[in-house]
Design a protein around this ligand. Sequence first.
Ligand SMILES: *Cc1c(COP(=O)(O)O)cnc(C)c1O
Length: 365
Amino acid sequence: MIPMVNLKAQYADVKDEIEQGIAETIANCSFILGPNVQAFEKETAEYLGVKHAIGCASGTDALHLALEAEGITDGDEVITSAFTFIATAEAIKYVGATPVFVDIDERTFNITAEKIEKAITPKTKAVMPVHLFGQPVDLSAIKALCDQHNLKLIEDCAQSFGARINGVQTGAIGHASGFSFFPSKNLGAFGDGGLVVTNSDKTAKMLKMLRNHGSDVRYYHDVIGYNSRLDDIQAVVLRAKLKRIDQYNRQRRHAAHLYSELMADLPLTTPYEDGIGDHVYHQYTLLCDRRDQVMQALQDKQIGCAVYYPVPLHQQNVFKQECAGLSLPVTESVAARCFSLPICPSLEDETIKEIVAVIRAVLTK
Ligand SMILES: *Cc1c(COP(=O)(O)O)cnc(C)c1O
């Protein structure tokens, strides 16, 4: 059996460091927002090249808190992608705003400045691009558009920890950006966790209050906040993996490049790289007209494969009514043809060859 992600293999390498750190946290009983959270916030801010990093309970919360701290509220419109995980749009709904879905680029699977510009109305207050599958969105044109129209730029970096574009980390350009540490993400905790980053002192101050019951000084509450903190035990895990994240992402890129090289002659579309950004391959996602046939063959051999995402958000039951009549042809076409193959830092070349052989047999029959 070949799983989509092999979390066990990744653990071997960091086991001692993590077990020792967790034992210390237990001995100190510093469970919530403890010394490891503070250290992790400092280390990630440095790594990502941002002024502030604020831990919170999940990636979904990170996006929600980022929008709220930037003042996005009832009646506002936020332009985003429909080809993403539901949490992107949920966060927009949580602050009372409306997600406005625009179509994606067929090569990168990400939204573009051109499509965003056409969707701007007087109600638009923010743009939320998603660095989907670890493919960094080139934000230069989008940032300029946001500045021109006075819109907040909120990056969904849940799948892109460590991805750079022109040497700049995803998350460092937006007014506020959210990361997820769900266990299978590129930087994964042993449970839920998230992070918001920003270069604004004012936003950082609000984020720290929002994640902790609206409180700056204990038992004094300035705003209605949330219980959304990062556990010290999770911070221990994240600190150990943060030291190795560039290596993990290099291993992912190596695996992806081998897949693409071995499948170059097959009738499918391998992931696009523009040469400017470092795609970190949270997923290795292909397009193929005979997707269902290929996936069946892989499943028969107990090889993991999955469709991220089979139903774009504007066609989900929860948004169907609100988005009635909205047509996003590229998004819909990609959702009908995409599928993802196993990828993780520990994936071996031999395994990749084995997987490709199964795909080759189907497509050259
Ligand atoms: C995982 C993910 C989230 C949500 O993160 P959680 O930590 O699971 O709450 C948000 N957006 C995208 C694109 C994701 O992949």
